[in-house]
Design a protein around this ligand. Structure first.
Ligand code: SAM
Ligand code: SF4
Length: 353
């Protein structure tokens, strides 16, 4: 990994008690925890060509190590929301226990932390109720198309019915909201986007389109091949959906939202334009990879190793201090549009979306 060019900035680093603050005044409250880099799908925008180069087992944090770092983040560092992700988080057998341990914690203001998960939903049909009982509150399910052939082209697996069953189980288990994340595909969005919208409206799921980011999948990434907001809106309205003017209050939320009415169905749809309208200035995220590295930004070239000090016997205070120092030098923005932009050293599946 290369050094972070901005870390040489002249500001002094604060060594004080308190939340995860960076040089630009942003405070990280939202922790993304990657539970594994492995996955049972092979989405072309996410997985590298050689997906068998998994992280070595001995580098993966144990359940106890993960639980300890999550506890430090909530009790010492002001984290209020934890999202479990991966790779595929459902592949971690101890997921219910990790959620249960997180639900026992209290934030610095004495509340139960927000607990959510991003998943491909394979196997969720059998686990949704157990996960909800353990303390999971919300869920995002990744689904790009309702067309089984397109699904197979994207994921390399013919598993669409399992995802649909997983979504239904999440709703039945009371997870609220159930969101659907979709990365629109250039070849099929004209038909796939409205179909997906109609499916989501019919079932009360909240659809969010996410722009394709350069994160190391097997397909090449080109900025001018991103399906634009305008194209998506046109595809949905041409199919019959009536979208209201965007609400202004995007706030810290990365999604721009529209209210939808379609043949008596109501709901909303969002577009997360991470590339063409980045929300870096409002970013409140910090990431812990499954091998114990802190990443302050998806696109950061620098990681901070917590695993080595943790295994060498570092105290909670020492680990919290390392996390704070890492946050302090969080980049101002991902810089995808800047000359010299370099893709992250890990694929999305190993960072945690
Ligand atoms: N396996 C789980 C899933 O698919 O939801 C969790 C991990 S996945 C890396 C998290 C999210 O990242 C998914 O919603 C996926 O669509 C999104 N994602 C992966 N690669 C992406 C890329 N290159 N650009 C935009 N979103 C991406
Ligand atoms: Fe797996 Fe999620 Fe990546 Fe698809 S997006 S390959 S389901 S980690």
């Amino acid at each position: 990994m290369t050094a972070d060019p901005v870390s040489a900035a002249p500001q002094a680093q604060p060594i004080t008690e308190g939340p995860l603050v960076d040089r630009y005044g942003r405070v990280a409250r939202d922790l993304r925890v990657s539970l594994t880099d492995r996955c049972n799908l092979r989405c072309t925008y996410c997985m590298p060509d050689d997906p068998d180069a998994w992280l070595p087992d001995e580098t993966l944090l144990t359940d106890e190590e993960l639980a300890r770092l999550i506890a430090i983040s909530i009790t010492h560092l002001g984290i209020t929301n934890v999202r479990f992700t991966g790779g595929e988080p459902l592949l971690r057998r101890s997921l219910e226990q990790l959620i249960g341990a997180t639900a026992q914690l209290r934030t610095q203001t004495g509340e139960t932390p927000g607990i959510s998960m991003t998943t491909n939903a394979l196997g969720l049909a059998h686990r949704a109720q157990k996960l909800a009982d353990a303390g999971l509150q919300r869920i995002n399910v990744s689904l790009d198309t309702m067309n089984p052939d397109h699904f197979e082209q994207i994921t390399k697996r013919r598993r669409l019915p399992a995802v649909i069953a997983g979504l239904a189980a999440a709703k039945a288990a009371g997870l609220t909201p159930v969101k659907v994340n979709a990365v629109p595909q250039t070849a099929h969005f004209v038909t796939d986007a409205p179909e997906l919208l109609r499916f989501c409206l019919s079932n009360g799921y909240r659809l969010r389109f996410i722009e394709h980011m350069p994160l190391g999948g097997s397909v090449s990434w080109e900025r001018n091949a991103i399906v634009t907001r305008k194209q998506l809106l046109e595809a949905m309205t041409s199919a019959g959906a009536r979208l209201s003017a965007p609400e202004d209050a995007r706030g810290a939320s990365p999604a721009e939202l529209w209210q939808v009415e379609w043949d008596g169905l109501h709901g909303d749809v969002g577009i997360i334009a991470s590339v063409t309208a980045p929300f870096c200035a409002a970013c409140d995220r910090t990431r812990l990879t499954s091998d114990g590295q802190i990443r302050t930004c998806l696109f950061d070239q620098v990681e901070t190793d917590l695993r080595t000090p943790l295994r060498a016997g570092a105290s909670d205070e020492e680990l919290a201090e390392l996390w704070k120092r890492a946050t302090w030098r969080k980049p101002r923005a991902h810089g995808i549009d800047h000359e010299g932009f370099a893709r992250p050293s890990r694929p999305m599946s190993a960072i945690g979306g």
